[in-house]
Design a protein around this ligand. Sequence first.
Ligand code: AMP
Length: 422
Amino acid sequence: MDITAPRGTNDIMPDEVGKWQYLEEKIRSICRAYGYREIRTPIFEETALFQRGIGAATDIVEKEMYTFIDKGGRSMTLRPEGTAPVVRAYLEHKMYGGPQPLKLYYIGPMFRYERPQAGRYRQFHQFGAEVIGVGAPEVDAEVIELATYLYSTIGLEDVEVQINSIGCPGCRGRYREVLRDALAARLDSLCKNCVRRYERNPLRMLDCKEEGCRKAMADLPPIVEYLCPECAEHFRKVRGCLDDFSIPYVINPRLVRGFDYYTKTVFEVTYRGLGAQDAIGGGGRYDGLIAAYGGPPTPAVGFAAGVERVLLTLESRGKELPLEERLDVYIAIVADKGKGVGLPLLRDMRHSGLKADIDYLGRSLKSQMKVANRAGARFAVIIGEDELSKGMAMVRDMEAGSDEEIPFNQVVRALRLRLSVS
Ligand code: AMP
């Protein structure tokens, strides 16, 4: 066939999907422990949602959105991120009328038309958590703690947390002028993108990766020196709470992140050694977003982690997730005659929670045992001519290599006991 998966997308094959499921289950159980409930929003939304929320002068909105006109003539966009849809749902369902704060999480695909490379895809997956309705610095620290806890439970303890504060619109307005003044005479040494950003979104110049730009901006004062007293106090308290949670962090004065909606705290979690795409998660506070959408002024904070990046990081470190993919039992039956006993046994095993399989290809008992071996089955239940005549199955412990005869009607119970299935 000459049709392949679209560039920048991936099939998650059966051999890999166990890792995804493991990670998803970890996310769900951690979110449960932290009091976050899942929300599932549509994969596409009205384009205006992202234009207004993420900001018209951002890379995502300018260049990376999968936008299309539907058959009804409406402009729709495959979601490039999860916060704007969650906030849209919050407002649409008037969740501000319910108990606050609201703690939500999501896991799902996101779409950005980026240049694909290792760790950067056009369809990728994010896990995100949002806390809506509290402005307290403790919550900024809580979402950072949740993120680092998730990473550490899967074996990524040595991640780096970078934080910064980009203040409120007032602080940013002042700092924007400082940037413009300082860089006016240096525009020649900046890249094309930064020259454009100079006019439209100067803050984004700070995290430009171009060497020339980095040099030209090396001596700029950090934004935290321009924070208003309230934002400065908030940042001080966030750092204090991170200390209380014993989370090491570094302050990165260049960290501004790609969305306009952030206020005050922004953070990123990186893993060195992952190459250019070393960010495995990031987030921040977005106190102005809900009001910008026409809702009541409501503080909020959240973060998102890239699922592919997390899995790549694990792989690059040679870390295996403790996946349990082996079969519990393989039933080897003598062709035709064995199925009257084998099939109901198979059904009963599966209904009682055992991972069980059987041969449907009429293979010899010997080759069925090879299949059992290859599947890593803990036990084989052999039903040959002899066993049929005795009414007893031969139960083989594949690890110990020992055999035991067990009456057909007691096989499931015996296996459940041996496998300690509760
Ligand atoms: P962002 O929504 O840009 O803050 O990204 C949050 C996290 O999602 C990043 O730290 C990455 O781990 C992941 N991510 C963002 N863009 C991509 C992409 N194009 N491909 C794979 N992962 C991505």
